[in-house]
Write a protein of this length. Structure first.
Length: 236
């Protein structure tokens, strides 16, 4: 009795249930292909995983800082430092006190138009700031000394002769240093003038008062016009 291959059903085999040589060969080849394909897939997955890890490492640890961001940070820091810089610094000499000898309206207008503080007392203190006590150095602007003016009252100790100080404030159109604050380099004590109004506040008050006067005149004129119209209308 002849037995056929249990897979293909055509080729003759010795025992029932056996597989012919052709089917065995085909099955072995297919098994090899599956194993090879799986191996390649696994290798691909391994390589891809490594690439992903390398990309993540670069993003986390090697991400460069944009140049614009660095410049913005530097500009912000420099601006913050400049705001805290003194206008002048050095040793005080030749301190004099001066009575402005001007009536209140004139002092107010002077503050409004020239941008200097308004002094209630009508006094000012003038002094010179030398870069060094030796008197042979030039300041940052190339001058032998700075002329400083304090409007209002200030402690005599803050502007004592030969005091080493830092002056905070601003320069007017004539290059005078208008003092808002004096800091002693020796003690760190800070002194500010009292009895003064800053020019910005003087201008704000003046503009507000002028606007109020115009408003009163406008409303008053309207009322008077209305009353006049009523009177003349009644007369007719």
């Amino acid at each position: 009795m002849q037995y056929t291959c249990r897979i293909c059903g055509r080729n003759v085999v010795q025992n029932e249930g056996d597989v012919c040589a052709a089917c065995l060969s085909a099955g072995h080849s297919e098994s090899q292909k599956k194993r090879t394909s799986r191996k390649i897939l696994l290798n691909t997955e391994t390589v891809d995983h490594q690439l992903v890890e390398e990309e993540l490492e670069q993003q986390v640890y090697e991400a460069p800082v944009p140049e614009e961001a660095e410049n913005e940070a530097e500009d912000t820091e420099e601006a913050a430092i400049d705001r805290n810089q003194p206008v002048a610094h050095g040793v005080i000499h030749n301190v004099t006190r001066e009575d402005l000898d001007q009536p209140v309206p004139l002092r107010w207008l002077r503050s409004f138009f020239q941008g200097v503080p308004y002094s209630f007392s009508g006094t000012a203190t003038l002094f010179q700031i030398f870069p060094s006590d030796a008197g042979n150095a030039l300041n940052e602007m190339g001058n032998a000394f700075d002329e400083a003016i304090v409007y209002g009252k200030i402690s005599a100790a803050a502007i004592a002769e030969s005091s080493d100080v830092e002056i905070y404030g601003y320069r007017d159109a004539d290059n005078h240093v208008i003092v808002r604050q004096i800091r002693s380099k020796a003690s760190g004590a800070i002194a500010e003038p009292s009895g003064v109004l800053r020019a910005g506040l003087v201008r704000g008050i003046t503009i507000a008062a002028f606007a109020a006067i115009l408003g009163i005149l406008f409303v008053g004129g309207s009322v008077i016009s209305g009353m006049a119209a009523g009177i003349f209308g009644t007369g007719k």
